[in-house]
Design a binder for this molecule. Structure first.
Ligand code: 26Q
Length: 832
């Protein structure tokens, strides 16, 4: 095949499509308005202008994107494939402007067209293709991968409906369908020719081929087609523009149906409907009903498409199948894509006729697994009846993997049948279930947790037997977050102060923030630091006023807890403290109390009743406290609805205090804790997840620590937790719980919060009451530090200065070196 040289020249540096100056951008916007949207400027709506600008920015990314694709296709290199059921990438326009370095020019261009850039940025619908931490982590990692010039692809699902939008009606969460694609998505390029078929149902038939080898053919009941939808992931000020490839399920055309002999026409139409449903909706976590057939189908669908895509690229490059693991390293983001272990085996053994042992060596060499939870109820397992009816052939392969694995276990630990049962891929203690964490561990060469404590507990608890068998497989990679989005883009005031103080290099080398330590006691610098924070708080206060009609004072201490609502994250512990403070103020016990504004944000899984009740408690407290004139504005409580990436942009920069108060041992890492720290918030927290490392970095003087440690939590539970003891001991706690139970925060209704109070008093696995007194005492230390602005500001500066470790660049660097053995590849681009 003749190859055509790739034109590395941009389409002319003065072109309206590629030049970076304001005038060219202006021309680009006008061109796109007409040529892509057929909109005369005179009648263009703000959204039309947003689209035209987005297309113009995308134009400036396309030469880089194409050059990156070309480089990966032509050169001998290894590609990191990040498989994740979620990518919470957030709004793209602002980030792409920042990464291209043309924000100011775009502002000027739009101004010359009578448009305000910030208003246009606000119009972007964010792709909510994730639940929370895990999905956002995947997005931060794509940002770092591109910025560090690592050849990589993100693979996932293009949900038509992402995480629901949250509205608050009468204090309760109401879920609204997220229609993010309704007005079109300018960032996505659909590739109908990059498509694969995925089989479901039916049965497997074994036979013998012409060479006398044992073969298996899967005779599926139906096939679903997956089509690639690509989004460019541009690095910061580099040419590397990687791909986020999300699979959309599509109906199989009648032509294809004949191919697969899939039955009569009406049956076929019904199958179409089913296949189109596959990528419709993102499942919320913490759903009791999450173990659904469609969810397993989604996982298999995107994993199979992604692995087939890798094999196609291997073929295109003319590489033999034996080189698969040299060309690709595949990271499994939790167990959601863990069916990859069986699917890669199937594609190699059944489809490519690779001998089992060779295929197994390739699979283990290619795959690696990141665990994100220790909570037993969150460990994924699938019942056998469901599994075998949906994925009969992959299940057979799992049985064979298990047979060989258990043989190994028995050889190593003769007679230890209890161990065999514990380690098996099939849990046979009740209804038989496939254990996905075991499958991922057995099929990977590396298994990592996401913070030091979490990795240690992983080795000691859920994967203990495996860590004993293969100690060298286990490691820790503490999470990180991208400073491009969470500092530069969302906190421009802080970013320019940092630029002038430590130099611009901090954006890609966050450890340079250490230079700030020298300014921590500089009073003039402190004043500038406070000015930035105050400006951010004023902006947040304005939004709060706009969205919730609650007036908050920007001079108050902004005490913020934003994250998914969950009992283990203990938003209700925070709520108990607020009630305590309220009681003190009502009694005019003002000693040591400072004006505070408590801000909450986060979604509850639609079927998680207790989490929804926690939201009601917060809004109930807000209603009472905010309307009590005797508070004289000293206490405000806000539930900010619909916490998502877009809202996060103005919440983290405005925080004084970051609430990280999970029961020790329960939060794998947390990543919001890092975003707060970078933006100069102090943390009040337990020794859980990455909090421990945050405290190590910041210094114990610059962190408000309270609560039981993970091992204390463990012993309390072993000895039997008795919440009543804590209530008896503490008058304020008694009173606080009494008010809730009496309906004080539910307009006199004593039933509403019954389940919540009963739970705290009887069966709370997260030991809220055990940590109450220490939490209250710790909050008093916070208040007294706040009363000394010089001391507080010093601590705030030191937190930012010492946040360098938590850049996702550091985390990705560790994955590259320790798990993927992969290095940067420069993308050449001739600028003509
Ligand atoms: C599973 C099966 C069926 C339906 C949904 C799910 C599902 C979906 C999403 C289960 C879990 C999730 C998300 C988990 C998550 O966000 N975990 C968080 O990961 C962060 C990144 O490592 C950590 O910082 C957090 O501590 C961890 O809670």
């Amino acid at each position: 095949m003749a190859t055509v040289a790739f034109p590395t020249k941009l389409p002319g540096t003065d072109s309206a499509r590629s030049a970076m100056d304001a005038d060219a951008l202006r021309r680009g916007v006008l061109d796109n308005l007409i040529c892509l949207q057929a909109r005369p400027p005179a009648i263009a709506t703000p959204h039309d202008w947003y689209m035209a600008l987005a297309y113009s920015v995308r134009d400036r990314m396309l030469a880089r994107w194409a050059a990156t694709i070309q480089t990966y296709a032509a050169q001998e290199l290894r590609v990191a494939c990040y498989l994740s059921a979620e990518f919470l990438i957030g709004p793209q326009l602002g980030n792409n402007l920042v990464n291209l370095g043309i924000e100011d020019n775009a502002r000027a261009a739009m101004q010359s067209l009578g448009q305000d850039l910030d208003s246009l940025l606000a119009l972007e619908e964010e792709p909510g293709l994730g639940n929370g931490g895990l999905g956002r982590l995947a997005a931060c990692y794509l940002d770092s991968l591109a910025t560090l010039e690592i050849p990589s692809v993100g693979y996932g699902i293009r949900y038509e409906f992402g995480i629901f939008d949250q509205e608050i009606h009468n204090g309760c969460q109401v879920e609204v369908t997220d229609k993010w694609l309704q007005k079109g998505n300018p960032w996505e390029i659909v590739r109908p020719n990059v498509a694969y078929y995925v089989a479901f149902g039916g049965h497997a038939e074994s036979g013998v081929d012409e060479q006398g080898r044992y073969t298996v053919r899967w005779m599926p009941a139906r096939m679903v087609k997956g089509v690639a939808c690509d989004t460019p992931m541009l690095g910061f000020r580099v040419n590397t523009c990687n791909t986020l490839r999300l699979w959309k399920s599509e109906a199989i055309e009648s032509f294809d149906l004949q191919d697969f002999n899939a039955g009569d026409y009406y049956q076929a139409v019904q199958e179409k409907v089913i296949s189109e449903t596959l990528s419709k909706v993102l499942y919320p976590n913490d759903e009791p009903e999450a173990g659904k057939r469609l969810r397993l189908a989604q996982q298999y669908f995107f994993v199979s498409c992604s692995l087939q895509d890798m094999l196609r690229l291997l073929d295109l490059k003319g590489e033999p199948i034996a080189r698969f693991a040299d060309m690709f390293t595949v990271q499994l983001n939790d167990t959601h894509p863990s069916i990859a272990v069986a699917e890669l085996m199937r594609l190699l053994v059944d489809v490519r006729s690779v001998p089992w042992d060779d295929a197994w060596a390739t699979t283990c060499r290619a795959l690696a697994y990141t665990n994100h939870t220790l909570l037993p109820e969150a460990l994924e397992t699938w019942g056998l009846p469901l599994f075998s009816s949906l994925l009969p052939r992959p299940l057979e392969i799992i049985y064979e993997i298990n047979r060989r694995f258990l043989e190994l276990v028995r050889r190593k630990y003769p007679g230890d049948e209890a161990r065999v049962a514990r380690m098996s891929l099939i849990d046979e203690s009740g209804e038989k279930r496939v254990r996905m964490a075991h499958l991922s561990t057995i099929g990977s060469h590396a298994v990592n947790g996401v913070a030091q404590l979490h990795s240690t507990l992983l080795r000691q608890t859920v994967l203990r037997d495996f860590a004993e068998l293969w100690p060298e497989r286990f490691l820790n990679v503490t999470n990180g977050v991208t400073p491009r989005r969470f500092m530069l883009l969302s906190n421009p005031g802080l970013a320019s102060l940092l630029d002038e103080t430590v130099g611009k290099g901090w954006v890609t080398d966050l450890t340079r923030l250490r230079t700030l330590e020298a300014f921590a006691d500089n009073l003039a610098f402190q004043q500038k630091w406070r000015d930035v924070k105050l400006a951010n708080k004023k902006m947040l206060a304005e939004r709060i006023g706009h969205v919730t009609r609650i007036a908050v004072d920007p001079d108050a201490l902004f005490d913020i807890q934003v994250k998914r609502i969950h009992e283990y994250k203990r938003q209700h512990l925070n709520a108990l403290y607020i009630i305590t403070l309220y009681q003190r103020l009502r009694r005019n016990i003002e000693q040591g109390v400072v004006p505070r504004c408590f801000i909450f944000g986060g979604k509850a899984a639609p079927g998680y009743a207790m989490a929804k009740l926690m939201i009601r408690l917060i809004t109930g407290i807000a209603e009472v406290v905010n309307n009590d004139a005797s508070m004289k504005g000293r206490l405000k409580v806000v539930f900010y609805p619909d916490f998502n990436v877009k809202n996060a942009h103005f919440i983290y920069p405005a925080a004084d205090l970051s609430e990280q108060i999970s029961t020790a041992g329960k939060e794998a890492s947390g990543t919001g804790n890092m975003k707060f720290m970078m933006n100069g918030a102090l943390t009040i927290g337990t020794l859980d997840g990455a909090n421990i490392e945050i405290r190590d970095e910041a210094g114990s003087d610059n962190f408000f620590l309270f609560g039981l440690t993970a091992s204390q939590v463990d012993s309390v539970k072993r000895e039997g937790y008795r919440p009543a003891v804590h209530v008896e001991r503490n008058e304020e706690l008694r009173e606080t719980l009494g008010l809730i139970a009496d309906g004080y925060f539910s307009r006199g209704d004593r039933q509403v919060f019954r389940p919540l109070v009963d739970n705290l008093l009887n069966a709370d696995p997260f030991l809220v009451l055990a940590d109450y007194a220490d939490y209250v005492a710790c909050q008093e230390r916070v208040s007294s530090a706040w009363q000394d602005p010089v001391r507080w500001t010093r601590m705030s500066i030191l937190n930012t200065a010492r946040s360098g470790k938590f850049s996702s660049d550091r985390a990705i660097g560790e994955y590259c070196e320790r798990i993927w053995t992969i290095s940067p590849v420069r993308i050449a681009l001739d600028r003509g």
